[in-house]
Design a protein around this ligand. Structure first.
Ligand code: IMP
Length: 438
């Protein structure tokens, strides 16, 4: 009856969709627990690369049941689009296997408009949100005036409540921001029709997860975003408005910690961030450009949801240890090791320096990271193309040493290493233990 959690150990975009896709082969249930369509998870459907924003990546495995948990905020329009696109590709997205929690909150057109308006009002200090209405929807949830998905059980009444919400938010948009508000009647008509379609998908996801665990099934909780974007545990205020961490999985699925088996942190072999906020190991210039790629390949570092170029830098061991601590990570998956081919030397941040003082760990999780200078260790790079590597022994010694250094710095075994975009370009490792750095 185990619960396994997959969490992003950095600022999102670590390649969690890939890892979920791999582990979903052994799970009966795959469940998203936080965030909304700000996420973009790339999976392979047959020959096609497919981007999912709301539906769990496990949907491409015919044997799974897939849940969207109560910790999520869901735009019904995006959800229907995703359902229709998957359906057209021959993926079974019937309500028999796809469930939406009645406790999830609804994103309306007014939330999206407010997200853009609030960003514009921040002037030069934007958070760089995805403008999907995520922050405003969670704001309404916390203010206890949000619309929960369960309301869609009665589409006519739901439509009326959507109209009221759009009307109220519209006053803010017009009076405070001087913007034109979405039309409440139009929103009501659209959302009423969407509710008719989504009604059969509604369920008490917490109860279903509980039953699955009770029946001995494996439940895989699929994180969106990353640890450092967590509202409480991330680099506030440059965070998302939800809890992408392992504690967020428990809350977002309505399940306790007793059945927890693995908490797998997914980290890139380097560091990226999209949107504003501190990033101690950020690089500018040729190496950053090289890590980012040109944008012509699907794996280049440009946002899946927004297309924005991602900021790139060296791997940050301090933040990796922090992610391990706050999530209770049991192991790591390192993605995109192949991208480091040809860079020599490689650098890993071991510690931070501030006013002549060295900090091996984050001195205060609420500290402003921009005040710290990274202390680097240089490691030799390698020239060999890693795309054909399938076993640990296929990796050049320098690549092995790089991964072993990550293990030593994080105190976590690296169980999975991705060396290319294809499903089979993953090296799975043994189960040996690694000493904790603490
Ligand atoms: P929001 O979630 O749209 O409110 O954006 C808040 C911050 O989280 C911004 O810096 C976004 O770029 C970032 N963010 C949100 N979703 C993702 C994601 O899926 N990957 C990476 N960054 C994200």
């Amino acid at each position: 009856m185990p619960l396994d959690i997959i969490v992003g150990a950095q600022w999102g975009d670590e390649g969690k969709g890939r890892i979920t896709d791999l582990l979903a082969a052994e799970a009966q249930v795959v469940a998203r627990y936080s965030g909304g369509d700000n996420a973009g998870h790339t999976v392979t459907v047959g020959e096609q690369l497919f981007q999912l924003h709301l539906i769990p990546s496990g949907i491409v495995h015919p044997h799974t049941r897939c849940f969207m948990g109560g910790g999520m905020v869901v735009n019904p329009e995006t959800l229907i689009q995703e359902i229709d696109r998957l359906d057209a590709l021959g993926v079974d997205v019937s309500p028999k296997r796809l469930k939406l929690s009645t406790a999830a909150h609804i994103v309306t057109p007014a939330h999206r408009a407010l997200d853009g308006a609030e960003e514009a009002r921040r002037g030069g200090r934007e958070l760089g949100t995805t403008r999907r209405g995520i922050g405003p929807a969670y704001t309404d949830k916390a203010a206890r005036r949000g619309l929960r998905a369960g309301l869609m059980r009665d589409p006519a009444s739901f439509a009326r409540q959507v109209a009221q919400q759009v009307q109220a938010a519209g006053e803010m948009l017009e009076k405070v921001y001087g913007l034109q508000a979405p039309d409440p009647a139009e929103a009501a008509e659209l959302y009423g029709a969407l509710a008719e379609r989504l009604r059969p998908y509604l369920a008490d996801v917490g109860a279903l997860v509980g039953q699955a665990l009770q029946a001995g099934e494996t439940v895989l909780a699929e994180g969106a975003q990353g640890t450092l974007l967590d509202l409480d545990l991330g680099t506030y205020p440059y965070v998302t408005s939800s809890h992408p961490t392992a504690p967020g999985a428990l809350l977002g699925l309505g399940v306790g910690a007793r059945q927890l088996r693995r908490v797998l942190g997914v980290a890139k072999a380097f560091q990226t961030r999209v949107g504003a906020g501190p990033f101690p190991t950020e690089l500018q210039g040729a190496i950053a450009d090289r890590l980012r790629g040109t944008g012509e390949h699907p794996w280049d570092e440009f946002g899946t949801t927004t297309g924005r170029p991602r900021r790139c830098g060296w791997l940050d061991g301090v933040l990796l240890r922090y992610a391990s601590r706050v999530n209770g990570l049991t192991e790591l998956a390192i993605t995109k090791l192949d991208i480091l081919t040809g860079l020599d030397p490689l650098r890993i941040c071991l510690a931070y320096q501030q006013d002549g003082e060295r900090h091996n760990d984050l001195p205060d999780s609420a500290a402003d990271l921009s005040e710290f200078t990274p202390v680097y260790e240089d490691l030799p790079g390698w020239q060999a193309d890693l795309w054909q590597a399938r076993r640990w022994e296929d990796l050049p010694p320098q690549a092995q040493a790089y991964v072993e250094r990550i293990e030593a710095l994080s105190g976590l075994p690296v169980r999975l290493i991705s060396v290319g975009p294809e499903r089979e370009q993953i090296i799975q490792r043994d189960t040996r233990e690694v000493d904790s750095p603490y």
